[in-house]
Design a protein around this ligand. Structure first.
Ligand code: SAJ
Length: 406
């Protein structure tokens, strides 16, 4: 039996996938409301294909509980926040989950950490917890790190087809963990040591952050001389070894905008490109604000309440708002006492910010400038409705004359 601890964006799909593939799974989370929702047959977040997977897992007998179960395989997928000041990882949730496992687990248990952690976290925080209890690593308990690579919006497909990395202390345990993931993962599974697995996960997201920063810097350069950055990137990408990403209003989500900080926090004297990339991406909401000001000036609009921000999530067609560029932008406006801007997102059905609308047409009726911050399919299908607005399209989805770009 497998006990998956932490049923968030990663833990839940992983638990469901294991169950659907025939493993005996119990999913645990300390959040009572979340467990009750899952027990009542309802999902806790939206993701393409998750509902079908959920049904399949329920049919196979997956159980949900707020308690840990006494078993010999655990997968820990709890959040790993970082300290906003020191930029270092805060491993408290992982440590607490590991301790709860240690309280009840059987001899020879395999403890798999899936949560993203900064390189060295297992050596620094997890091994000492085990040793402190007089347990022998490699006998009483085995540790593994199996970071995920799935992308919100395409999670179910990627869970099945992405390749994976498994970090372990011994190849024997590596083979057992590989066997477990092989029940649903059709990608290649590479076995390495724990430290390398931690490091490769963090640098994958750092690589993407740096490449997005490059695209964002190009957008700023092109703005100075009014060049079309999208056309220039498209042209450059025709080179067989060039693949520039897309500029945007900033980088959000709980991964790419967070993981590079782990490296900056741990290696402050060595992280130059990584730090500057983070700063460039973090500067994009301010750049968008500058573009809004340009449009307001050009059209003599002085009332901030005439601005409507479309999209609150960190990217298209997901309901996750963590670290989203729109929230970063609103925070910044708030600091400058720029209150009253209107907001709408079809995926966010609970009120999380002021002046948030739940009716798209009413939102449009109340604004003059529409700022597209997220490329939801919904807005791509609503181009006709926004034709009479001044539009700032930060995602390059409106191929309409007169639309302002980044
Ligand atoms: N973004 C751009 N321009 C681009 C691509 C993305 O501005 O060309 C922005 C997005 O709008 C978003 C942010 O970057 O705000 C991050 O989005 P994303 O789609 O690039 O990635 P995430 O955060 O959803 O998922 C990432 C993935 N990592 C990599 O691609 C290296 C995913 O595979 C990881 O599993 C995930 O982080 C994670 O959990 O670590």
């Amino acid at each position: 039996m497998v006990n998956v601890i932490g049923l968030g964006y990663i833990g839940l799909p992983t638990a469901l996938m294991l169950a659907k593939s025939g493993e005996d799974v119990i999913g645990t989370d300390l959040n009572v409301e979340l467990i009750e929702t899952l027990q009542s047959g309802k999902l806790t977040f939206q993701e393409a294909g998750l509902d079908i997977l959920f049904k399949g897992a329920i049919e196979k007998g997956i159980r949900f509980s707020t308690c840990y179960d006494n078993t010999n395989i655990y997968i820990v997928a709890v959040p790993t926040p970082y300290d906003k000041m020191s930029k270092k990882i805060d491993p408290q949730y992982v440590i607490s989950a590991v301790n709860s496992v240690l309280d009840i687990c059987k001899e020879g248990t395999i403890l798999i950490i899936e949560s993203t952690i900064s390189p060295g976290t297992i050596d620094k925080y997890i091994r000492p917890e085990i040793i402190r209890r007089g347990l022998v690593i490699g006998k009483d308990i085995h540790i593994a790190h199996a970071p995920e690579r799935i992308i919100p919006g395409n999670m179910i497909y990627e869970l099945e087809y992405n390749s994976r990395t498994i970090g372990v202390d011994s190849s024997e345990i590596g083979v057992q963990v590989k066997e477990l993931y092989s029940c649903f993962c059709k990608g290649e599974i590479i076995i390495t040591d724990i430290r390398s697995a931690e490091m490769s996960k963090v640098i994958e997201n750092t690589y993407r952050d740096i490449n997005i920063a490059f695209a964002n810097e190009l957008a700023k350069i092109c703005r100075v001389d009014n060049m079309d950055v999208y056309e220039i990137i498209r042209t450059a990408n025709m080179h067989p070894r060039v693949n520039i990403l897309q500029p945007g209003p900033g980088v959000g989500g709980h991964c790419i905008s967070v993981d590079p900080w782990f490296l900056v926090g741990d290696y402050p004297d060595l992280t130059n490109i990584i730090l500057i990339a983070r700063k460039i991406n973090d500067s994009m909401p301010a750049f968008v604000l500058g573009r809004i000001r340009d449009i307001m000036r050009e059209h003599g609009i002085r009332d901030i309440r005439k601005i409507g921000l479309y999209g609150l999530t960190y990217k298209e067609d997901v309901d996750d708002t963590r670290e989203s560029p729109t929230l970063q932008l609103l925070e910044m406006m708030d600091e400058y006492l720029a209150f009253g801007v209107k907001v709408y997102d079809p995926f966010v059905t609970k009120r999380i910010v002021e002046n948030q609308y739940f009716d798209f047409q009413k939102f449009l009726d109340d604004i003059e400038i529409l700022v597209i911050l997220v490329a939801h399919t919904h807005i791509k299908n609503s181009i006709q409705q926004i034709k009479d607005k001044l539009v700032l399209d930060t995602r390059n989805i409106c191929a309409v004359e007169g639309v302002y770009k980044l």
